[in-house]
Ligand binder design. Structure first.
Ligand code: PGA
Length: 265
């Protein structure tokens, strides 16, 4: 069985002292948990010091960036390239809904970024999700409601354009995070059945783009208002291989509890 992957997205939070306390607390908390992979994604400015802290303390923590630009270098003020972080990071979150909404990232940008990450041996975590909750998960009823079809088409587009030109070999190195936008940071998490069904839809889509084996084997995480009290709802779903945790990943105790539950399921 695949180990669960738990990713902490700190977003634009923490000053340096807080980042150190947080990474240290999480790293120490993980010492007793086996068969689990945990990655923290701090703001870019803390990547290097947190990488050093992980190394010094022998924490079994992976490190991820929250974003990259797709060029290796050049006149792109304010951006960070995959070449700059490849030696210290394992993962990079790509196409998070906050980047798509606030920074107008398109599916084409996302596609370039995934290719850039792969080129530099970073594992991209491709975020996809619908903006509004689908009212009905029954296919016949969905077909009657055009708006609902639009929303699932949004995910289809995010997958087909986002993964355009990614080979069968390379797709095996991609992680997907299903994050319903309406559930992010709102305290309105999706039910386990809903999340499981959507992840199954994503796998079906990947089976069309690639094949059934790839669709079955690819890691798909759930994200959106995950907390210590609802984590089992997702982890118990066989379709879901882990979690992308935002707000709660800033709380050492609660995030560690999430990891503990993920390690024993
Ligand atoms: P949340 O964020 O856990 O605060 O909802 C998840 C995310 O945005 O990745």
């Amino acid at each position: 069985m695949k180990h669960k992957l738990i990713v902490a997205n700190w977003k634009m939070n923490t000053v340096f002292s807080e980042a150190v306390v947080l990474a240290t607390g999480i790293g120490n908390g993980l010492r007793n948990f086996k068969e689990l992979e945990v990655a923290v994604c701090p703001p870019a400015i803390w990547l290097m010091p947190i990488a050093e802290l992980i190394k010094k303390n022998l924490f079994s923590l992976k490190l991820g960036a929250q974003n990259i630009f797709y060029k290796d270098e050049g006149a792109y003020t304010g951006e960070i390239s995959p070449a700059m972080i490849k030696k210290i990071c394992d993962y990079v979150i790509i196409g998070h809904s906050e980047r798509r909404v606030y920074f107008k990232e398109t599916d084409e940008d996302v596609n370039f970024k995934i290719k850039a990450a792969l080129k530099h041996d970073l594992t991209p975590i491709l975020c996809v999700g619908e903006f509004k909750k689908l009212g009905v998960m029954n296919k016949k009823k969905i077909a009657k409601n055009k708006n609902e079809i639009m929303f699932s088409e949004n995910i289809n587009r995010q997958l087909s354009v986002g993964l355009d030109g990614i080979s069968r070999n390379d797709i095996a190195r991609v992680v997907i995070a299903y994050e319903p936008v309406w559930a992010i940071g709102m305290g309105k998490s999706a039910s386990g059945v809903y999340a499981g069904e959507m992840v199954r839809n994503i796998r079906n889509r990947l089976a069309i783009i690639y094949d059934r084996d790839i669709a079955r084997d690819i890691k798909i995480l759930y994200g959106g208002s995950v907390s210590a009290s609802n984590v089992l709802v997702y982890l118990k779903r066989p379709e879901i291989n882990g979690l992308l945790v935002g707000g709660v990943s800033l709380n050492i105790k609660e995030f560690t509890e999430i990891c503990r539950q993920a390690s024993i399921i």
